[in-house]
Each structure stands twice: as C-alpha cells, then as structure tokens.
Design a protein around this ligand. Structure first.
Ligand SMILES: *Cc1c(COP(=O)(O)O)cnc(C)c1O
Length: 327
C-alpha cells in the first residue's frame, strides 16, 4: 500500500519508531524532527535516545529553511509527521526528502494520520515510512500494532533482523486483526475524510466557533500543499477553537462542548469508525506547561475530533448541544 519494497510489523506504533531509531542511529549521530510531532515520539527521540549519545534538534513543522539551518555534519535522520496532531500543520515531504538526501541523511515519515490512502511518502522520496496501525489501519480501536515500510536492504535485512532479536514484533492475533482492518481502509478513510470536510465547513460557519484547523478547508494556510500531497483529501481529523478569553474560560467552554456530546466517544484515540472527541490541552498535551502549549498554538479552547462513520446530522446535533449553550 505504501509502494515500498517491503514492510515489517511491530507491536505498536512506538515500537516501529523505536526500531527506526535503534537501527539508523548510533552514539554521536544527530536527528532533526519537528517540534509538533506525536508526544511520545518527541520523548523518545529527544530524551530517551539522548542517554545513548544521540542528539536531536526540534525544528519548525512548516519551514524547510529551519530544517536546513539545523543540519550538522553528523545528521543521519530527518523524522517528520504530516499532518500533525491536533493542529493539522503539514510539511512538504518532497522538499524534505531532497534536503535530507543532499545532507546525507535518511527521511522517515510517520504516516499514521494520512494513511497511504491520502499520501504515499515513499513516492515523494521518503526512505522509511512508519505507522501506528493502532489508529486508521485497524480502524475500530481493537488492537495495537505498528509497521515500518522501506527497502529490502534496510527494512528487511537490517530492521527485520533487529526486530527478531529485540522482540519488537507484532503479536499474531493483532496482525490478523489489522489485516481485517486493511480490507476496508480505503473505503473508510475516503468516507471519513468526506464527512470531516463537511463537518469542518459547518463548524467554520458556526458563530460559537472561533477557528477551525483542517487541511481540506481553503482557509488552511497550506491548503494548496495539502491538496497536492494528500490526493485531494483533507483526512479525518480536524480541530477547532471555542471562544472564551482567559485560559480558564476557554477550558470551561471546551469542556462544556465535550461533556455535552452523546454520540462522540470522549477519548484520546483516533482513526476509529466511531467519532472521537478530545481536549488536547488536558490529555495528549497535558504534560506540557501552559507556556509550551501556547508556544505550540495549542490553547485551552481547542477541541480535536477524529470523524468516524456516523450520520453527519447526528454529529452536528451532538456538537450543537454544547456549542449553542456555552456562555
Ligand atoms: C498513536 C500514534 C503513535 C504511537 O502509536 P502506538 O501504537 O499507540 O504506540 C505514533 N505516531 C502517531 C502519529 C500516532 O498518532
């Protein structure tokens, strides 16, 4: 599905990323990654790998010049994730691949959010594609699994060997479950993406919504890139800000909206055919300080939705209950 020579399955998405780190890096090497990646990836590459002598620079998600400026003679790996969670910022995969290769580094892309239905990073030049199959690939919140895709020389020979020695392999039952999920991936992602676009447009026109973040909207600062890179689709994940003023007021209003839902499942998971709603500032990004969150543009009024396959009228009614009644 990713158009690569081969793939190996791992126990989780994080073990896929650990496998990439442990097989492409050694003491003295340097990695560049975006500062708005998945929290555990930031912890793994930024903190855990430092104990093994690996140095990491966190750069901008959207600005290629910042990646270029961060390159060092010992840079071995670029690690990117696009679009990001929850603000849906993109990076230009083809441009990053070109820069990585000119710098003597490999480019790895976490494609968990977009899935190969929206984008195939290897076709744009990425050397390694990783997946948290826990999300869209399974699609029904049933299992944890991951994957690394790439060349036979790297992914089969080097990573496959390490995986068996290191015990990062997927459990057989989980592999069977995700294979069932893959049978409907294309249908699900296209339908969820179409529903997310309609919901994003509806939210953007709603007076109680301050701002919507969704790559399929013309108001998204990287709309052109999204349409080019993501097969004309915005994906299933969107975020929006409620109004409020102070962080306390924003948080109160966001909680009001989340707590008034009945159809959406309140959970930090995503990629499920069941719509999930979450308040990033108190869940996925709850460990950051308020200053760090504000620097990342991730306020207390922000709500993330991973759109599933329910009837859109039900989802709109579900969100209206809270949106129409907060002060
Ligand atoms: C969830 C997620 C991961 C980690 O996957 P697990 O299977 O939960 O370990 C990695 N990257 C992204 C983008 C994710 O959303």
């Amino acid at each position: 599905m990713e158009g690569t020579e081969c793939a190996v399955a791992t126990s989780t998405g994080m073990s896929a990323i650990l496998l990439v780190a442990l097989t492409t890096l050694k003491a003295g090497d340097h990695v560049i990654c975006s500062r708005s990646m998945f929290g555990s990836t930031i912890k793994l590459l930024g903190t855990e790998m430092a104990r093994f002598g690996v140095e990491t620079t966190f750069g901008s998600q959207t600005d290629i010049a910042a990646w270029k400026a961060a390159v060092q003679p010992n840079t071995r790996l670029f690690f990117a994730e696009t679009p990001t969670n929850p603000l849906t910022d993109l990076c230009d995969i083809a441009a990053l691949a070109e820069l990585a290769h000119a710098s003597g580094a490999l480019l790895a892309v976490d494609n968990s959010f977009a899935t190969p239905i929206l984008q195939q990073p290897a076709k744009l030049g990425a050397d390694i594609v990783v997946h948290a199959g826990t999300k869209f690939l399974d699609g029904q919140g049933r299992t944890m699994i991951g994957a690394v895709c790439g060349s036979i020389a790297l992914v089969d020979k080097v990573m496959g060997t390490f995986l068996r020695s290191g015990g990062l392999n997927a459990a057989a039952y989980n592999a069977w479950t995700v294979m069932k999920g893959l049978e409907t991936l294309s249908l699900r992602v296209k339908a969820q993406s179409a529903a997310a676009l309609e919901l994003a447009q509806w939210l953007e026109a709603h007076p109680q919504v301050a701002r919507v973040y969704y790559p399929g909207l013309r108001s998204h600062p990287q709309y052109e890139l999204a349409m080019r890179q993501q097969n004309g689709l915005g994906g299933a994940v969107l975020s929006f800000d409620v109004h409020g003023g102070s962080p306390e007021a924003l948080r109160k209003n966001a909680f009001h909206v989340v707590d008034h839902t009945q159809v959406c499942s309140i959970t930090a998971n995503l990629g499920d055919v069941k719509t999930t709603i979450t308040h990033p500032a108190s869940t996925s990004h709850g460990r950051l300080t308020e200053e760090q969150r504000q620097a990342a543009g991730l306020g207390q009024g922000l709500i993330r939705i991973s759109v599933g396959l329910e009837h859109l009228d039900d989802l709109k009614a579900d969100l209206s209950r809270g949106l129409d009644t907060y002060q």
